[in-house]
Design a protein around this ligand. Structure first.
Ligand code: AMP
Ligand code: MG
Length: 391
């Protein structure tokens, strides 16, 4: 049996960042930028007013100035300011050539077709003029490669007139749920059955990571049926996630079915709880995770292995780990890395009750996994532990 760290290393050595694809900016949200984007234009692209007012020659600020013309936002007219005159300008509209100062509308008295700046107003050279290129010069960096695009980035790209960007692809994922005991939520729960929650939990997590190409299939605990499904899915999807049937019980066919489907096993069983029976294999560049069926084990394996791998392939980093102080002492009785459902707040983390891998009640409140190292036996209050925050 291997350690958590070794399991992570093995998975890492088999996963690669996916290739680049051009996507329209709105559909690039949540993707990692594959190349640094430089601005194809200057910001602002022309001398712009930042106020509603009058463009003037600063040296003429004490004179009565005749209104020469108006330049509303959006006008394509290019004017030169004449001496002894002022031009009406608007926020975001162009500044006439020559003008070196904008006086806001409220600072002037309008007399017929002329203006006079109120004597108590302070007016300075360059007031309310956004110089061409003062925000960003052409060909300077807009967004660095590797940045995961957030809504503000999408707006920034649009400001530069960019319609599509190269991003790192996200993997396609197949989920294969095994178990004769499973019933779909919404159907009556007859004796001996349990509702399938793994398909939902996995899909919801994948959705949070922006994975769109997801398929979910079900299979009974039967070697041949399991083999047939795995063999088909492993050739069609970048990642195959199985749940259940991965231990050593009489009805656990996943490892055997994987081998039969030409998947090379890299490990089976990790020194951890929950999630000890975890299986990992590959076929060519396709990754196969065989997760135990217990929903809590599925969740801990998602946070430790599956989601970080999908993020590595996609160039994103949504899953975050941190350190926190354990609120109360904890006696650890198992010689395995232990993951506990925790509640994190203001630097402190509480171990929630009901930690057995079949127990789910704590998930209503939990907001993280707490990791306790393999060799630890007692963790004192206020000791620092590693946590993985739920997404
Ligand atoms: P297994 O790993 O197949 O032995 O399953 C371990 C435990 O997890 C059993 O109690 C199963 O009933 C339960 N289980 C397996 N698959 C699911 C699922 N998709 N949803 C909820 N519980 C499951
Ligand atoms: Mg099962």
């Amino acid at each position: 049996m291997i350690s958590v760290a070794t399991a992570k290393q093995i998975i890492n050595s088999h996963s690669k960042t996916l290739s680049t694809i051009e996507r329209p900016i709105l559909q690039a949200l949540g993707y990692a930028l594959a190349q640094t984007i430089v601005s194809p234009i200057q910001f602002p692209a022309f001398r712009q007013s930042s106020m509603d007012g009058y463009a003037i020659y600063y040296v003429e600020k004490e004179k009565t100035l005749l209104i020469q013309d108006a330049l509303p936002a959006g006008t394509s007219q290019q004017l030169t300011l004449e001496n002894g005159m002022a031009i009406r300008v608007y926020t975001g509209g162009p500044i006439p050539d020559g003008a070196d100062c904008v006086v806001q509308k409220e600072y002037v008295n309008l007399i017929n077709q002329s203006i006079q700046i109120q004597s108590d107003r302070i007016v300075q050279l360059g007031d309310h003029i956004r110089e061409k290129g003062s925000d960003l010069e052409k060909n300077t960096v807009l967004i660095e490669a590797g940045t995961v695009l957030r809504p503000a980035h999408i707006g920034l790209l649009a400001s530069a007139g960019i319609t599509q960007v190269p991003v790192i692809q996200k993997p396609s994922v197949a989920i294969l749920i095994t178990g004769n005991e499973l019933v779909q939520p919404g159907m009556p729960l007859t004796f001996g059955k349990v509702y399938d929650s793994n398909a939902f939990s996995i899909q919801a997590h994948l959705q949070q990571l922006g994975i769109v190409n997801i398929t979910v299939q079900y299979v009974n605990d039967n070697l041949n049926e399991t083999f047939t499904k795995i063999a088909a899915l492993v050739t069609q999807f970048d990642v195959l996630i199985l749940t259940g049937g991965v231990s050593v019980g009489d009805f656990d066919f996943v490892p055997a079915a994987c081998e039969k489907a030409g998947i090379t096993p890299h490990f089976h069983k990790v020194k951890q709880r929950p999630g000890k029976p975890l299986f990992f294999g590959t076929r060519e560049n396709r990754l196969v995770f065989g997760l135990p069926g217990n929903p809590a084990a599925v969740l801990s394996c998602l946070y430790q292995y599956v989601l970080p791998t999908i993020e590595q392939m996609s160039g994103t980093q949504t899953i975050r780990s941190a350190t926190a102080r354990l609120k109360a002492p904890f006696k650890k009785t198992i010689p395995l890395t232990q993951f506990l459902k925790g509640y994190y707040e203001s630097g402190e983390v509480t171990v929630l009750p009901a930690q057995a891998s079949y127990q789910l009640s704590a998930l209503g409140k939990a907001n993280c996994w707490i990791e306790l190292d393999e060799e630890w036996t007692f963790i004192a209050a206020q000791q620092e532990v590693k946590i993985y925050l739920f997404i």
